[in-house]
Ligand binder design. Sequence first.
Ligand SMILES: [Zn+2]
Length: 149
Amino acid sequence: MKFNTNKDKKKKEKSKKYYIKLLDHWWSIQIKTHDNYTCVWCGKKHNEIIKKQISKDVFRDSKVMIQAAHIISRKKWSTKWDLDNGISLCAKCHLFTQPNAPVEFTFLMIKLFGYKKLLNLIERSKKKVEYSLDEYIQMCRDRNLLKEK
Ligand SMILES: [Zn+2]
């Protein structure tokens, strides 16, 4: 006899999270590799040493960290791991410039990807999807993210 307990349900949710994490990581690496680990906004490279201003006269060496940023919100599941939906930004541009200069960013995206490709991405992002656990596993399999015998 099979029981569907709360514990089973919890276990299943946890494993969904596991596959989501794998896909997030995969997507991030793909985007950063595509952009050669360079910020598309300011041009800084990953691990580049920069002078970071701590206070008025105090500067400290700091390493640039490149992150993969979503163009269309990562909350849209249908384009969450779409390779057209990402750009590389340094942590500073990701945190401050992108949210504070949305118009400038939109123009940069049009310049980088072209109008048609962006419209297409927007259309794809509108599709409502809810993946099952099996679909997550399949997506990971398709991207060779699972160690299988
Ligand atoms: Zn930057």
